[in-house]
Design a protein around this ligand. Structure first.
Ligand SMILES: *Cc1c(COP(=O)(O)O)cnc(C)c1O
Length: 453
């Protein structure tokens, strides 16, 4: 695929128009989010809102939030975003926090912070600190465990896919530095029993983080709409920190999330100061050095332009669309929704031995839908956004056809991606799966960029 032309910086710079045309031309094979064919990755509200975000972003395109003193505008936006989010999540005036580049950073940092908090306590002598999180916790926490040398201890789920609090209780030991719960969980869209986890955290004097990356800017409005939403935020006494992604249901530009702590006693351990660097005394509030000003400004702008009424309207659309989609899925013989009650992120699986859900996924992909596959159990995944309202009927009709096709042709389970996913699911040695996937990554990131498909 490579030729000399695209592996070297062009000898002579190209015309701007030519470069922009090339950029656009490469989009052809990307997933089609503008027609709402995607069920993850992009939270698109249409061209008008996007153009607004672009303008907000570009007016701080070059600004850098590395140094909070240099661009007072950015520090102000960050401060206001943190305060607005703290209020939304029922925090009091002691709640503090930082903006981050996204959900992953908002999950990585608490692990580092609480590890160092534990290490600062003289009573804590653990050689290998541990954190306890549900099996369904977002994978960013696994990454955090690996990056920061904290052992991940998984707590099993109950049959309703929420974490088993008794199991968490039994897993707590003297090495435990942190409990985590999700609001809601990414795979299944259910809220863990957070009040009980909070009580447990208080009882054992442990920090407790609620990963509300997905729900932080959605659940408060779903609750206001009268849906059944258990408490998930700072109203729970034991909660010490919460993450909430602006670039998901906050409808901001990518690169924006908020990480809040109940008070400075915790956030203090997140700050990085190095006083001996020849480059000067260095301070950094979060993971990144250079922090793009555009993402911070656009996040602030999104909150201001949408307002509580805007977020409420969008949440209503999302929940109505979710209800319609779930009704449609339930009306198809052979399919079922894994979770209850309705949440705008959910998984659906096959309830019939005759229907391989991954083969259904392949059929949907052939019809132009981008669907994500879950494992344990095998399921497909949806993250509903307001514009999905437009495609409910089309999606359900396509899904129905896909299910029928798979029912009538069981050999489809042995073809395409279904075969691959099926094979991966059956391999008992997970280490082997990991090895193969690592090999694939070496190909994708190798000098020749070999894509698997
Ligand atoms: C999306 C998500 C994350 C990670 O966020 P990124 O922005 O993709 O880095 C973490 N936790 C939950 C619950 C999420 O939904």
């Amino acid at each position: 695929m490579d030729n000399d032309q695209n592996i070297r910086i062009p000898e002579k710079g190209m015309a701007q128009s030519e470069v922009l045309e090339l950029l656009r031309s490469y989009k052809k094979e990307d997933i089609n989010y503008k027609d709402s064919k995607n069920w993850s990755l992009v939270y698109y509200l249409g061209e008008e809102h996007t153009r607004f975000l672009i303008e907000a972003f570009s007016s701080f395109f070059s600004e850098n939030a590395l140094n909070p003193m240099a661009f007072k505008s950015l520090k102000r936006f960050e401060h206001e975003v943190v305060r607005m989010t703290a209020n939304l999540l029922n925090g009091d005036s002691n709640v503090v926090g930082t903006m981050t580049s996204g959900g992953t950073e908002s999950c990585l940092l608490p692990v580092m912070t609480y590890r160092d908090l534990a290490a600062s306590q003289r009573s804590f002598r653990a050689k290998k600190p541990e954190m306890i999180a549900p099996e369904s916790v977002h994978v960013a926490w696994e990454k955090a465990a690996r990056y920061f040398g904290v052992k991940m201890v998984h707590a099993p789920l109950r049959s309703d896919l929420r974490v088993d609090v008794d199991a968490v209780k039994k897993l707590i030991n003297k090495n435990t530095i942190l409990l985590v719960g999700s609001a809601p969980s990414y795979p299944h869209g259910v809220i863990d029993p957070l009040a009980e986890l909070g009580a447990l955290a208080l009882e054992h004097r442990l920090p407790f983080h609620v990963d509300s990356c997905l729900g932080g800017f959605l659940l408060p409005f779903v609750e206001k709409l009268g849906h059944r939403v258990p408490p998930f935020d700072f109203r729970i006494p034991g909660v010490t920190s919460i993450s909430a992604d602006l670039h998901k249901y906050g409808y901001s530009a990518k690169g924006a999330s908020v990480l809040l702590y109940r008070n400075m006693k915790y956030l203090r351990h997140q700050f990085f100061v190095y006083e001996n660097w020849p480059g000067g005394i260095f301070i950094s509030p979060a993971l990144l050095g250079t922090r793009p000003g555009g993402a911070i400004a656009a996040a602030w702008a999104a909150m201001k332009v949408l307002g509580m009424n805007g977020y409420l309207d969008l949440a209503q659309k999302v929940m109505q669309t979710t209800a319609a989609l779930q009704d449609g899925i339930r009306s198809i013989p052979g399919l079922e929704i894994l979770s209850d009650p309705e949440m705008s992120v959910f998984a659906y699986q096959s309830s019939s031995k005759k229907i391989n859900i991954y083969a259904v996924g392949d059929q949907m992909e052939a019809k132009g839908w981008q669907v994500d596959r879950l494992q344990r159990p095998a399921a497909l995944h949806a993250m509903v956004t307001p514009l999905h309202e437009r495609i409910i009927d089309e999606f359900i009709a396509d899904l129905k056809q896909s299910v029928e096709k798979v029912r009538n042709d069981p050999s489809l389970a042995a073809k395409g991606n279904a075969a691959l996913y099926g094979m991966i699911a059956r391999v008992p040695l997970r280490g082997l799966v990991k090895k193969e996937v690592l090999k694939m990554m070496e190909k994708i990131y190798g000098p020749d960029m070999i894509m698997p498909y």
